[in-house]
Structure formats: structure tokens, C-alpha cells
Design a protein around this ligand. Structure first.
Ligand code: COS
Length: 382
């Protein structure tokens, strides 16, 4: 059920205030410490942010996709590392369970995920299976009432904090394709699971990614998510939704960078006038605003279509492709408008420039989005 307009506006205003009063002042410290402060995580829990996409009957806010993207546009107006703290619980970590879980699995996990007491991560990517996700090699071999899991998952966001994993593994080794894969919802404290050290990365310090290694891990058959052999479909449907969430964050970051660039251009004097008066600066601002606005319209339209029950695989891919490329261009122009000040750390613009680079890669590269768009387009016309 959508929120009434007053409640929705109140929610957006609350998130906006939280971002400007609590998150923006902590951006630099979070990046330097490579850690989101505990106090901020506690406040995020208090606000219900971990559970925005989890149905109300399990303790979440039960937002529609449209409402979720509006919240994410606000959360995008600060370092994306903060969004990442709640990102897996809201998105790829929990939504397999929401969409495909049994009632007992939902009752056990969703309230804890909604409150942020438990963190969920999404284990799809492997050292040899990134864009080619269907080639994953982690195996889950049935032995009575258990599956024995072996394999390594890579670049798993929030793995070092996770209490539970949405895991995609091959239950039919004879089937090397998508049909041999099954999804599981696996408690992180099972014997045989080791978490690697967080990887050092280009940006989004404060958000962590690690390897997750399964060695003869006995996973009860009751942890299966959906039907055997349907795991790739589970992963793809989770990602369709995740791609809209990420697109909204891209829109948020672009709006923040445009605001910062306009403010700077109005303050900075060169050649005896504010640089905002130069048409070449104005052109950069205009291009950024146009593209950001287009991405905002796309993500809202796709979210509304999804809420109406439409299949939005193609629209989600179009939106993720455009929004993530767009924010890269906007960040690049922001650095250019700030000039030397954009290259040093003082204004945070160079931090955003690095932070946004991953948007074109994770939850499907731009090239994967192009493939999905073309495939769906050809199918619809064929
Ligand atoms: N929703 C439901 N089912 C889907 C689907 C979707 N969005 N996309 C694919 N499927 C189904 C297909 O219908 C097909 O089922 P059938 O064999 O029963 O017809 C099956 O899944 C295999 O689909 P397909 O043949 O398209 O798979 P490919 O191996 O060609 O893979 C891409 C397609 C490249 C699109 C996929 O591997 C992908 O998205 N890769 C990127 C992975 C990713 O985003 N990783 C990020 C990890 S999280 S940070």
C-alpha cells in the first residue's frame, strides 16, 4: 500500500534532514577512517532505514518501489558509503527472501533485517564469474537433509558484518548453465564459512567488500530459497530491482554534485567575475542538470511501472545504464568546474568522482545492461 502523500513527504523530509545534519558532516571522517561511525548506524536503525523495502508485517516500512527510489535519491546526496550500510538489507541481500522465501524463513529473518539487528549480503559473484554470472562454480551437493557447499564468492558487500547470505550455488554440476543453480538463505555462523579481509578499493571508503569462502559447509536443505534449479532467476529478479535502487542513488549523487558545483561557480572569481557568468561553465552545468533530470524521470517511471506489476527488466537496465554513466559525467564536470580545488581533497568532489565509478560496474556493468536491453528489445519485436 502506498503511503498517503503527507506521510510520504514527511518521510522524505526526515531523510533529507538526516542526510544534511548527520551524514554530510561525517563524510570526510567516514572516508578517512574507512568506517561508518557506530552512532550513525544506530541512527539509521532508529529511522527504520534498514527496513524500507521490507513488508510492514515483518517490521519494515513496506515502501513501494517509487517511494524507495525517492528515499534513495535523498540518501544519494551524500557519500554512497552510508547508503551501502543499509543497501544490502534493503536490496540484494533481502529481496530474494521477500520475493521467494517461505513464510517460516521470512518470520525468522525479515524482522531482524528490517531493524538492522542482522545484516544480509548477496553472494553471486566469484573469481571466475562476474558478468557471466551463470558460469558460477560454487557447488552445493545434496547429502540427505543438507547441501555441502564449496566455493569462493568475491567482492561481497557487507560480508564482514553479515549474519546471513543470499547464496547462489550449483546444485546440479552436470548442468553448467543457469538451470543448474539454486539459491539459499544461509546463516553466516555455519561451520565452514570464512570471511576474507576487506579489499582496498578506489572509493566508497566505509563500505566494505570481502571474499566469502565456503569449505564443506553443511547447509540445511530448509535454507533453500525458491525451487531447486531456479537460483539464477532469483538472482536476476533481485538484480532487476537492485538496478532501480542504484539508479536512484546515482540521481541523488548527481543532484548533490550539481548543487555543489553551482554554489562554487557563484563564489569563485576569475578574470574579474564569478565563473558562473562564463557560458562555458554554464554549458557544463546545463548538461549535468539535463542528464540528471532525465535519469530522475527514468527511475521514477520504471519504479511506477514495477509497482503496477509490469516486468521492468528492460527499463531497469536502461535506467541503470543511463543513470550510472550520467553520474560519471556529472562528477567529471564537477571536478572541472572546481578546477584545482576539485582535484584536492578539501571539497570532497574528488571523493565523489572516485565513489561513483563503481556504479557503472556493480549490479551489472554498463555493457551487461546494453546486452539486457538489446535482448529484451529483440525478444519483444521478434
Ligand atoms: N528475470 C527473470 N528471469 C531471468 C531474467 C530476469 N531479469 N534474466 C534472465 N532470466 C532467466 C532467463 O529467462 C533464462 O531462463 P530460461 O533458460 O528458463 O529461459 C535464464 O535466466 C538464463 O538467462 P540468460 O540466457 O539471459 O542468461 P545469460 O547467461 O545469457 O546471462 C546476463 C545474462 C549477462 C544478463 C546475466 O548473467 C547478468 O545479469 N550478469 C551480470 C551479473 C551481475 O549483475 N552481477 C553483479 C553481482 S551483484 S553486485
Amino acid at each position: 500500500m502506498p503511503l498517503d502523500i503527507e506521510t510520504r513527504n514527511e518521510l522524505i523530509a526526515t531523510v533529507r534532514r538526516f542526510v544534511s545534519e548527520r551524514l554530510v558532516p561525517n563524510e570526510d571522517k567516514t572516508a578517512r577512517d574507512d568506517l561508518v561511525p557506530d552512532a550513525i548506524v544506530a541512527e539509521m536503525r532508529e529511522l527504520g532505514l534498514f527496513g524500507i523495502s521490507i513488508p510492514t508485517e515483518y517490521g519494515g516500512l513496506g515502501l513501494t518501489m517509487e517511494e524507495e527510489v525517492l528515499v534513495c535519491i535523498e540518501l544519494g546526496q551524500t557519500s554512497p558509503a552510508f547508503r551501502s550500510t543499509i543497501g544490502t538489507n534493503v536490496g540484494i541481500g533481502s529481496q530474494g527472501l521477500v520475493m521467494f522465501g517461505r513464510e517460516d524463513q521470512k518470520r525468522e529473518w525479515l524482522p531482524k533485517l528490517a531493524s538492522g539487528e542482522a545484516i544480509a549480503s548477496f553472494c553471486l559473484t566469484e573469481p571466475g564469474a562476474g558478468s557471466d554470472a551463470a558460469s558460477l562454480r560454487t557447488t552445493a551437493i545434496r547429502k540427505g537433509d543438507h547441501f555441502v557447499v564449496n566455493g569462493t564468492k568475491r567482492y561481497i558487500t557487507n560480508a564482514n558484518k553479515a549474519s546471513v547470505f543470499t547464496l547462489m550455488a550449483r546444485t546440479d554440476p552436470a548442468n553448467k548453465g543457469a538451470g543448474g543453480i539454486t539459491a539459499f538463505f544461509v546463516p553466516a555462523n555455519l561451520k565452514g564459512i570464512t570471511i576474507g579481509k576487506p579489499d582496498r578499493k578506489m572509493g566508497q571508503q566505509g563500505a566494505h567488500i570481502c571474499d566469502v569462502i565456503f569449505e564443506d559447509c553443511h547447509v540445511p536443505a530448509s535454507c533453500m530459497l525458491g525451487q531447486e534449479g531456479q537460483g539464477f532467476r532469483v538472482a536476476m529478479q533481485v538484480l532487476d530491482r537492485g538496478r532501480l535502487h542504484i539508479s536512484a542513488v546515482c540521481v541523488g549523487v548527481s543532484e548533490r554534485l550539481i548543487r555543489d558545483a553551482v554554489k562554487y561557480a557563484l563564489e569563485r572569481d576569475q578574470f574579474g567575475q564569478k565563473i558562473a557568468e562564463f557560458q562555458l561553465i554554464q554549458a557544463m552545468l546545463a548538461d549535468s542538470k539535463t542528464e540528471s533530470y532525465a535519469a530522475r524521470c527514468m527511475v521514477l517511471d520504471a519504479a511506477r511501472k514495477r509497482d503496477a506489476g509490469d516486468n521492468v527488466t528492460m527499463e531497469a537496465a536502461c535506467t541503470k545504464y543511463f543513470a550510472s554513466e550520467m553520474v560519471g559525467r556529472v562528477a567529471d564536470r564537477a571536478v572541472q568546474i572546481f578546477g584545482g580545488a576539485g582535484y584536492v581533497t578539501d571539497y570532497g568532489v574528488e571523493r565523489f568522482y572516485r565513489d561513483v565509478r563503481i556504479f557503472r560496474i556493480y549490479e551489472g556493468t554498463s555493457q551487461v545492461q546494453q546486452l539486457v536491453i538489446a535482448k529484451n528489445l529483440l525478444k519483444s519485436m521478434g
